[in-house]
Design a protein around this ligand. Structure first.
Ligand code: GYE
Length: 305
């Protein structure tokens, strides 16, 4: 690096803070909003020199990006870990190099002392909220559910599945198939096509999609199979991105649990505080709402993303 050679790890004054940000990739609408939020928060004006990397959902490439930040001698590293496992070695390397790491969005299974802080959403609670709603709406009658899972091994896929599972336990909702669609619209569409071929529109009553993009892909697959999404097959998903909210307003999705992607300012604040030696919370949760079709109509015009 060069533009911040004078930063020397300082957190205050008018020295530029060089930050390497290892983003997952660009898999979803949520991710686009998150990347934009991060880029807006880590600007030159605000005292940062941001080195941005998107790993295209490849865990090995993401770890390589973090290693390159370490060898560039950045002042701090921010990571949105694609998967939870496999971070110990590189986090130890950052620790040895005395470069603090702030996690944003997804969590890791590494020990707490390997990173300075985390900011993100409560994925388990999101799953629970979605599951509670599904249990109330459909749990009293025999319901065949298919699940479109997020990226295998990612914290949101693991935690949303666990939270939802807890909430529908003991109801008549039965999971007949569950497969990863990698948090992408295309992935959701392809997996749903396979489910529809196997079970038919009539054999599936409910889709739980771990994110809106996969729900949007499933809508395309259901319509192509001659079904009515939101009526013949009900859909519950998580995120609350614009296209998802529009599908909710249009009656094609039945319920969306929000996951706030606007984490940039909090992440930037944490980086500054950690570099300044200020004590910060280890875990910082954003707050999330949830929307029925009627509630979505009332808020869609004023959503920030
Ligand atoms: O729900 C999904 C994105 O990690 C919370 O990643 C994030 C998830 C989000 O691809 O749309």
């Amino acid at each position: 690096g060069n533009s911040s050679d004078d930063a020397a790890g300082g957190g205050g004054g008018d020295k530029t803070i060089k930050v390497g940000f290892a983003q997952t990739g660009s898999e979803s609408g949520w991710r686009s909003a998150n990347t934009e939020s991060m880029k807006k928060a880590f600007t030159k004006d605000k005292g940062f020199d941001l080195v941005f990397n998107a790993a295209d959902n490849d865990p090995a490439a993401q770890i390589a990006a973090v290693r390159s930040f370490i060898s560039q001698g950045v002042d701090a590293i921010v990571i949105a870990p694609i998967v939870s496992d496999g971070w110990d070695d590189v986090l130890n390397e950052a620790k040895t190099a005395k470069i603090p790491v702030v996690l944003e969005d997804r969590t890791t299974s590494s020990a707490d002392d390997l990173y300075a802080s985390w900011v993100g959403d409560d994925f388990k609670k999101e799953g629970e909220t979605a599951g509670k709603w599904a249990a109330e709406q459909y749990g009293g009658k025999a319901t065949n559910m298919v699940v479109l899972e997020g990226t295998t091994g990612s914290a949101p896929a693991n935690d949303r599945a666990a939270g939802f599972g807890d909430a529908v336990k003991g109801t008549q909702i039965k999971t007949i198939a569950s497969q990863t669609g990698d948090f992408t619209r295309d992935g959701g569409k392809k997996v749903m096509e396979g489910f529809l071929q196997k079970y038919g529109v009539k054999g599936i009553n409910l889709v739980f999609a771990h994110n809106d993009d996969m729900a949007l892909g499933a809508i395309e697959a259901i319509e192509a199979a001659g079904g009515k999404p939101g009526t013949d097959i009900n859909i519950v998903s998580i995120d609350g991105v614009h296209d998802g909210m529009q599908a909710l307003v249009d009656g094609k999705i039945n319920y969306i649990v929000e996951c706030n992607p606007l984490l940039g300012d909090q992440a930037a604040d944490l980086v500054k505080k950690v570099l300044a030696g200020t004590t910060v919370e280890k875990k910082n949760f954003a707050t999330d709402g949830a929307f029925t079709q009627e509630q979505a109509k009332a808020v869609i015009a004023t959503r920030a993303y």
